[in-house]
Write a protein that binds this ligand. Structure first.
Ligand code: MG
Length: 416
């Protein structure tokens, strides 16, 4: 990898220590970030802190000073936000998945649970270190980080331990990662089909609690990088990655070419629909790992189509249902950014886990999971046909169509 592929040097200005983190991670992870340096949110770490002070909450702020792999990160959240919110921000900065994060020295004894509000944590006295006197004395400072720090009621110092996701996949020392998606498949949930008695009283997409989570997520993370700008007039195809467009297990096998892991018909389908659809890949992983996989699958830099943007796990948030807790991919996260281009009327989300559709049940199409690379998988051939039918001008609202339970395979309609 050449120097020019590293995260841009201008990251150093905004957050010298944290950019060192992303630099080293990127080198570990392979190809660097997808967008040109000028488009990148290099102030992401400062940004995370600043955005945490947005109008979403008027509660007093808690500052965090986080040691991670020999560098220092900072974040600022409201007292009524939770440990889960903090972990989501830490994931966006470090690539360490929330469930693997150890917040060392924050409290004495057991780690606070995710639902705990940041203002009610019994922080260890040693974690609440006073600000250096010199900082307070320097009243003429223009350092926004210092100013932000001073605006916080308290500043908590702790050490973050955990392995970044890309590193975990690379050495494959954590088999649960492989099993994860697979093991969860039996806990999948179809929110459209829940009998009334069994369903949550409020469906997640109607529940104010999850609407609020969505608002926070949009406010905090919606400035994600774009690879190719949206093309007004196009529809939007959102694709899951693991076990949808590729057999992840095979993709991870170092003895098997990545191209063999791609679902049959992948490139043919994307080439055929690209004149009508912008393409997004949304995967419950980190962008670093996502990028590696897309390069290996020849989906980035493909001459026949472009990927508009990729979204990782960062903006996925948790909902509770009778089968437990799971994360969701809320399409409004995309729609709100380009309200004139994409919406419920022209977006289709393909995933092998229908619970991911919880916030947009009418826009999901559950596809058969692609595992163990079966020889005669024709899902994408059928999907290509369906997508070209949906692209016909006679179709004005995708939510009016039945995408689930293979109904889409029997759809009779004109094709573009
Ligand atoms: Mg999947």
């Amino acid at each position: 990898m050449t120097d020019s592929n590293k995260p841009s040097a201008d990251a150093q200005e905004a957050a010298p220590l944290t950019s060192a983190v992303s630099s080293s991670l990127s080198i570990e992870a392979g190809p660097s970030r997808l967008t040109p340096p000028s488009d990148r949110q290099d102030d992401k770490i400062d940004g995370a802190g600043e955005e945490a002070t947005s109008d979403l909450s008027n509660a007093p702020k808690v500052g965090f000073s986080i040691k991670y792999q020999g560098t220092l990160l900072s974040a600022r959240l409201a007292e009524d936000e939770t440990v889960a919110d903090l972990k989501a921000i830490l994931f966006s900065m470090t690539d360490v998945p929330p469930e693997s994060q150890k917040l060392l020295g924050m409290v004495k004894g057991k780690q606070p649970i995710d639902e705990t509000q940041l203002g009610s944590i019994p922080y260890a006295p040693a974690a609440l270190k006073a600000r250096p006197a010199s900082t307070r004395a320097n009243s003429t400072t223009t350092d926004t980080a210092v100013a932000a720090d001073q605006a916080c009621k308290i500043t908590v110092q702790f050490t973050l331990l955990g392995t970044p996701e890309a590193g975990r996949f690379r050495d494959q020392t954590i088999p649960s990662l492989l099993a994860g998606d697979q093991g969860e498949a039996d806990k999948d949930l179809d929110y459209l089909e829940l009998p009334k008695a069994e369903g949550p009283k409020l469906k997640p997409h109607e529940d104010p609690k999850y609407r609020a989570k969505l608002e926070k997520t949009i406010s905090r993370f919606s400035d994600f990088p774009i690879i190719n700008p949206p093309r007004p007039g196009k529809k939007l195809l959102v694709l899951d990655l693991d076990y949808c467009i590729a057999d992840t297990k095979r993709l991870l096998d170092p003895n098997s070419p990545a191209s063999l892991a791609a679902r049959p018909g992948l490139h043919e389908m994307l080439k055929a629909v690209y004149p009508y659809y912008d393409i997004c890949v949304w995967s419950q992983t980190s962008w670093r790992w996502l990028e590696i996989k897309l390069v290996e699958l020849n989906m980035l830099g493909n001459p026949d189509y472009n990927i508009s943007f990729v979204i990782d796990r960062t903006p996925m948030f948790r909902v509770h249902s009778q089968v437990g807790t799971h994360e969701v991919k809320a399409l409004e996260f995309i729609w709100r950014r380009w309200p004139d281009v994409y919406g419920p009327h022209n977006t289709i989300h393909i995933d092998d886990l229908s619970r991911n559709f919880a916030m947009n049940p009418r826009n999901g199409l559950k596809i058969k999971a692609y595992r163990a690379a079966p020889n005669f998988d024709t899902e994408f051939e059928a999907l290509r046909r369906y997508l070209l039918q949906l692209a016909h001008p006679s179709v004005t609202d995708f939510t009016k169509y039945e995408h689930m339970h293979n109904a889409w395979k029997h759809f009779q309609g004109p094709s573009v």
